[in-house]
Design a protein around this ligand. Structure first.
Ligand SMILES: Cc1cc2nc3c(=O)[nH]c(=O)nc-3n(C[C@H](O)[C@H](O)[C@H](O)COP(=O)(O)O)c2cc1C
Length: 320
């Protein structure tokens, strides 16, 4: 527990400060603020930087059945109020994660581990989950549905209702832990995709992943990213992400974890009011590696100064 500044005029009464705990798919988190996948490494890199007791959880880099080298450079560029990346899901592979990173993570005070899973076929995803099932110390799985399915001509799982349903149904069946499905924003109806994932067995949803984007250098006439296209993240996407979280949260009963451009406490409040139970921050960690902790601390202060005794009471409380 850290000291809470009780501001004058605050309505908060409890001596220990506001109740910041939230529950996502049966997993209790000390704060609704989570570090997003791909922007927080395997967690261990942040051991000396972030106090894990003060954040809700962190999501690992996406894990595949085999190690992946990712795309050639340049693969990250800055854009107006955001960034574009085409890292290409580079990762050490699920077995190396379990053998080399999990032993350390299990010893880290307060670290709640969410393992991010992806694959290019349903079978790949099932394999990753089966390996993770045998590793103690993981709270939750986040299934990245923004990946192309090579068995279906590269169609992205999360953009086709049938592919999404099949993926969620088959992975949920083998999952020994609660399954949170991370939806792609590159769809026409977020409500439809949210409902498909829920009815196929998802216990929580997270959204949004990055928006498909492109940037061209007018001088060279070449794409700024070697992969030609990439994913847009950061504050530039926040209003679209808030709208999608609002639509998804109204369409389902399971908890929604919102993200897209969160930099500070007020951004978190926006997502909670739109219907999110918890949030993730990704791009923010690129500007400041302590961002996630600072946002969590700022959110608690915001609750104090606004007389909010339970952060969970903000969920879906937008006044229309
Ligand atoms: C460099 C980078 C790498 C990412 N890698 C992953 C990944 O491996 N798996 C995943 O599900 N999302 C990945 N994401 C998406 C983020 O987790 C998040 O959904 C997105 O960036 C929107 O949040 P933000 O605006 O706070 O960054 C990545 C994002 C960035 C910027």
């Amino acid at each position: 527990m850290y000291p809470v500044v009780m501001e004058q005029g605050s309505k908060a009464k409890s001596v220990g400060g506001p109740e910041m705990r939230v529950t996502v798919a049966g997993v209790e988190l000390a704060s609704p603020v989570i570090a997003a996948s791909g922007t927080f490494g395997y967690g261990v890199e942040f051991e000396e930087i972030v106090s894990f007791e003060r954040i809700g959880a962190f999501v690992s880099k996406g894990l595949s059945s085999e190690p992946m080298a990712g795309n050639p450079s340049p693969r990250i560029i800055e854009t107006a109020s955001g960034m574009m990346n085409a890292i290409g899901l580079q990762n050490m592979g699920v077995r190396a994660f379990v053998e080399e990173k999990m032993p350390r993570l299990r010893k880290m005070q307060g670290a709640v581990v969410i393992a991010n899973v992806f694959g290019f076929t349903v079978r790949d995803c099932v394999e990753v989950i089966e390996v993770l099932n045998d590793a103690p110390g993981i709270a939750l799985y986040e299934l990245n549905a923004s990946c192309p399915n090579t068995s279906h001509g590269g169609m992205v799982f999360g953009t086709d209702p049938k592919l999404l349903e099949d993926l969620v149904r088959q992975t949920e069946r083998v999952s020994a832990r609660p399954l949170m499905v991370k939806l792609s924003p590159n769809v026409t109806s977020m409500a439809q995709m949210a409902k498909v994932a829920e009815s196929a067995g998802a216990q929580a949803l997270s959204l949004v992943n990055t928006f498909l984007a492109m940037a061209i250098d007018p001088e060279t006439r070449r794409p700024r990213i070697a992969n030609v296209t990439g994913g847009l993240s950061g504050p530039a996407i926040k209003p679209i992400a808030v709208r999608m979280v609002y639509e998804a949260a109204r369409a389902v009963k399971i908890p929604v974890v919102g993200m897209g451009g969160i930099l500070r406490a007020e951004d978190v409040v926006e997502f909670l009011l739109a219907g999110a139970t918890a949030v993730q921050a990704g791009t923010a960690s690129y500007a400041d590696p302590r961002a996630v902790e600072n946002i969590a601390t700022g959110l608690k202060r915001w609750c104090v100064s606004h007389g909010v005794e339970r952060v969970a009471s903000l969920t879906g409380a937008v006044q229309l």
